[in-house]
Design a binder for this molecule. Structure first.
Ligand code: NAP
Length: 543
C-alpha cells in the first residue's frame, strides 16, 4: 500500500497552506482532494453574487512577501471567481499541484495502534497509509438541504447554493425561489433579481446585515496597502477577530446617544463586520446589544419602501451578532423591485413542494427554479462524514456524540497522530479564517518539526487537556450572548445535533498566545511518545 509521511485531506485555503509549509520544511507530504479542482468552499460556492465579507487584502496568504506584491485585488470585497483565481495562482506559483491527488474522496481512516499510522480508504476503493493525518475539511463545507414533503414531485430545477453547477444558470424568464436568508441567500438575491422574471425569498428568520460598502480598489489604495503590508498583517494578527479592528474602549451605554449614533453611523457605513466592535460590549451585554440591534433595525427599515415587507424583514428573534450577521450588497433594496417577493415562512410555513412550486399554509408559489441557500452542518459536519476510527475502535462520531471535544481545536484524545486545522474549539468562524488558519498551520509546522527531530512516533491529546480546553471554551462563551440564539455556532439549528458552542470565542490574538504557551511548555496537553502506546503496553505486559 502506498505510504506518505503526512497526508492532508482537503485542498482549500487550509490544505494548500499546510502543503506549502510542510513541503518547504522537507516533509514527505501529499494532499488528497475530493473535487477535481482546488479551492474548497470557493470552488463549490459559485452562486451569483458570492463574495467574501472580509476585505481582499486581509483575506489572502501572508507567508510570501513576493506573492503579496505580485497579486493585485480588484475590489474591496473579492468575488468568488477572483478568490478562486487567487488560490489557483498560489497553487501554480508555488507548484503545489504536483503533490495534490484530485478526485480522491476519503471514505474512512482507521488508526493502526501498533504501527502508529493511519490507513486511509477512498470511495473509489483505493487506500494508502500515512503516519500523520491532517484534516483541512473546512468549517462550512457540508451543506444542509432541508426535507419537505413532495420534494421529488417538483418538475422544475433545484440547486444547492453550496454545490452550484459549473455552468451559466440562465434566470431570464424564470420564477426563482430562494430558501434561506443567511449570507448566501442575501448575496444572491439582488443579483438574480436583475435577470429573473420573479424572485421569491423564503425567509424563516429575518437577519441583520451591514452594507458592504464595496468598491473597486483604486491605484492609490493598492499602492498604500502594498507599501505597508507588513504593518497591516501585524494589525490583523493582533486584533481579536483577525480583521484588523480593535474594539472601542468606552462601553455602549457610557456615551451620550448623539455620540453613539455618530459612532454607529461611521462603523455601519464603512466597517462591515467591524460594526460589532464599535463598542466592546455589543456581544457581551444584553442592553448594549439591544441598542446596536435597534440601530440596525432602523437602518434596514430605511432601505425598504413597502411597510409590510419592511416589518417582515426586521430581525426581532435574536440580538445582532448572536447568529452570523451578513455583509450585503443591495439585499434589502432588492425588495423595492417589482419582481421580488418575500414569503415569511415563520408566519406561513412551507407545507410541501408540488409539481409546480412551493405551497405554504397561505398560498402556492409557482416556480421554475428552487435554490437551497440553507446553510451548512457547520464545524463538525465535514469532519464526521468520513468514518474516522481511533484507539480501541472508537469512531470520531461516537467520541463527539455529545459535542466536539478538543485540545485547542487541534486534536482529540484517542485519535493519535490526527491534527485538525480550523476545527471546533479554535477561533475559525468567529475570525478571519485566513488569519486563524495560517496561525494554526505555522504552529503545527513547528510541532511536526519537533516530532521529526525527536523521533516521536505518536502524538496524542491527553484526556485532561481536552476537558480543560472545553471547559475554557464554555467559560469564554458564557461571558457572551452567543448562546442566547440557536445558530450554526452552537448546532442549535440542526435537528439532532448537540447544542454546544463550537468555536473559540476568546479571539485570535489570545488564541495565538495560548498556542505559543502550549509549545513553550513542551506541547502541554499532548503526549509525545517515541514508541506507540500499544507497543509500550505490550512491552509492559510482557514484563
Ligand atoms: P446560514 O447563514 O446558515 O443561513 C441559512 C439560511 O437558511 C437561514 O436563513 C436559515 O433560516 C435558512 N434555513 C435553513 N434551514 C431551513 C429550512 N429547513 N427551511 C427554511 N429555511 C431554512 O447559511 P449561509 O447563508 O450559506 O451562510 C453560512 C455561512 O457561510 C456564513 O455565515 C458565512 O460564515 C459563510 N459564508 C460566507 C460568505 C462570505 O464570505 N461572504 C458567503 C456565504 C457564506 P434560520 O435562520 O431560520 O435558521
Amino acid at each position: 500500500m502506498k505510504h506518505v509521511d503526512i497526508l492532508i485531506v482537503g485542498a482549500g485555503i487550509a490544505g494548500l497552506r499546510t502543503l506549502y509549509s510542510l513541503r518547504k520544511d522537507g516533509f514527505d507530504v501529499r494532499v488528497v482532494e475530493a473535487s477535481d479542482e482546488l479551492g474548497g468552499v470557493w470552488n463549490h460556492n459559485r452562486y451569483p453574487g458570492a463574495r467574501c465579507d472580509v476585505e481582499s487584502y486581509d483575506y489572502s496568504y501572508s507567508f510570501s512577501p513576493e506573492l503579496e506584491q505580485e497579486w493585485t485585488w480588484t475590489e474591496r470585497y473579492p468575488r468568488q471567481p477572483e478568490i478562486l483565481s487567487y488560490l489557483n495562482h498560489v497553487a501554480d506559483r508555488f507548484d503545489l499541484r504536483r503533490d495534490i491527488t484530485f478526485n480522491a474522496r476519503v471514505a474512512s481512516a482507521d488508526y493502526d495502534e501498533v504501527g502508529a499510522k493511519w490507513v486511509v480508504a477512498f470511495e473509489d476503493g483505493a487506500a494508502m497509509t500515512c503516519r500523520r493525518l491532517i484534516l483541512c475539511l473546512g468549517q462550512l463545507s457540508a451543506p444542509k438541504t432541508p426535507e419537505y414533503p413532495g420534494q421529488e414531485l417538483f418538475r422544475g430545477e433545484t440547486i444547492v447554493s453550496a454545490l452550484w453547477p459549473r455552468r451559466d444558470v440562465d434566470f431570464r424568464g424564470k420564477r426563482v425561489g430562494i430558501i434561506g436568508t443567511g449570507s448566501s441567500g442575501m448575496q444572491m438575491t439582488p443579483v438574480i433579481a436583475e435577470t429573473a422574471e420573479r424572485v421569491t425569498v423564503f425567509q424563516r428568520t429575518a437577519n441583520y446585515s451591514v452594507p458592504a460598502a464595496n468598491a473597486p480598489l483604486t491605484a492609490d489604495e493598492i499602492r498604500d496597502v502594498k507599501a505597508h503590508y507588513a504593518e497591516r498583517r501585524e494589525m490583523t494578527r493582533n486584533s481579536p477577530t483577525g480583521l484588523g479592528f480593535q474594539p472601542g474602549k468606552v462601553k455602549t451605554l457610557d456615551v451620550d446617544p448623539d455620540e453613539r449614533e455618530r459612532v454607529f453611523e461611521a462603523a455601519y457605513n464603512r466597517y462591515g463586520f467591524g460594526f460589532a466592535l464599535a463598542y466592546p460590549d455589543i456581544l457581551l451585554d444584553p442592553e448594549a446589544n439591544a441598542v446596536a440591534s435597534d440601530f440596525l433595525r432602523r437602518k434596514i427599515g430605511e432601505r425598504v419602501s413597502d411597510p409590510e415587507v419592511r416589518a417582515k424583514l426586521l430581525p426581532v428573534t435574536h440580538g445582532f451578532g448572536t447568529r452570523r450577521p451578513t455583509v450585503d450588497s443591495g439585499y434589502f433594496e432588492a425588495f423595492n423591485r417589482d419582481n421580488v417577493d418575500l414569503a415569511d415562512i415563520r408566519e406561513a410555513p412551507i407545507t410541501e413542494f408540488t409539481e409546480t412550486g412551493i405551497r405554504t399554509t397561505e398560498k402556492d408559489y409557482p416556480l421554475d427554479l428552487i435554490i437551497y441557500a440553507t446553510g451548512f452542518d457547520a464545524l463538525t459536519g465535514a469532519l464526521l462524514k468520513p468514518r474516522i476510527t481511533g484507539r480501541d475502535g472508537q469512531t470520531l462520531k461516537e467520541k463527539w456524540a455529545q459535542g466536539p471535544i478538543t485540545q485547542l481545536g487541534l486534536g482529540t484524545a484517542g485519535f493519535p497522530n490526527l491534527i485538525i486545522v480550523g476545527g471546533p474549539g479554535s477561533p475559525t468562524v468567529l475570525s478571519n479564517v485566513m488569519v486563524s488558519t495560517e496561525l494554526q498551520v505555522d504552529w503545527l509546522t513547528e510541532l511536526l518539526k519537533t516530532l521529526r527531530d525527536e523521533e516521536i512516533a505518536e502524538i496524542e491529546v491527553t484526556p485532561e487537556a481536552e476537558q480543560a480546553w472545553n471547559a475554557h471554551v464554555a467559560e469564554r462563551v458564557s461571558e457572551t450572548l452567543y448562546m442566547t440564539a440557536d445558530s450554526f455556532y452552537n448546532g442549535g439549528e440542526v435537528k439532532g445535533k448537540p447544542r454546544v458552542f463550537m468555536p473559540y470565542s476568546g479571539g485570535v490574538r489570545h488564541y495565538r498566545r495560548l498556542l505559543e504557551k502550549c509549545a513553550a511548555d513542551g506541547y502541554a496537553g499532548f503526549a509525545l511518545r517515541k514508541a506507540p502506546l500499544a507497543k509500550t503496553a505490550e512491552v509492559q505486559d510482557a514484563r
